[in-house]
Design a protein around this ligand. Structure first.
Ligand code: SF4
Length: 95
């Protein structure tokens, strides 16, 4: 199946790679916004991906964040991803 009008997409934000240069905010302000108080870029609605630590058995944060977006918002986020010099943003269809 191709990327039809209803295909959901996922935006993945790899926080560790980010250098807070706000390029994504300039390209896709609907989703990316710099938080002046925290000094960090924020992806609207993002949730941290958790993984189980095999040693402790506990779920732990990964500093990777995700959201689901509609097809109409793919271009904006792909523009942000293309402009990110740190390769910290990925946009891909949800299978
Ligand atoms: S463009 Fe990339 S490096 Fe710059 S603030 Fe956005 S995610 Fe971070």
């Amino acid at each position: 199946m191709g990327e039809g009008a209803k295909t959901k997409h996922k935006v993945i934000f790899y926080r560790d790679r980010c250098e807070e240069n706000r390029v994504c905010e300039a390209r896709c302000p609907k989703y990316w916004k710099f938080n002046e108080d925290k000094g960090k870029i924020h992806l609207k609605g993002m949730k941290e991906v958790k993984k189980k630590n095999p040693e402790t058995g506990k779920m732990e944060g990964t500093n990777v964040f995700e959201i689901e977006i509609d097809r109409k918002d793919v271009k904006c986020n792909k523009d942000a991803a293309a402009g990110c010099p740190k390769n910290a943003i990925e946009v891909k269809p949800i299978k």
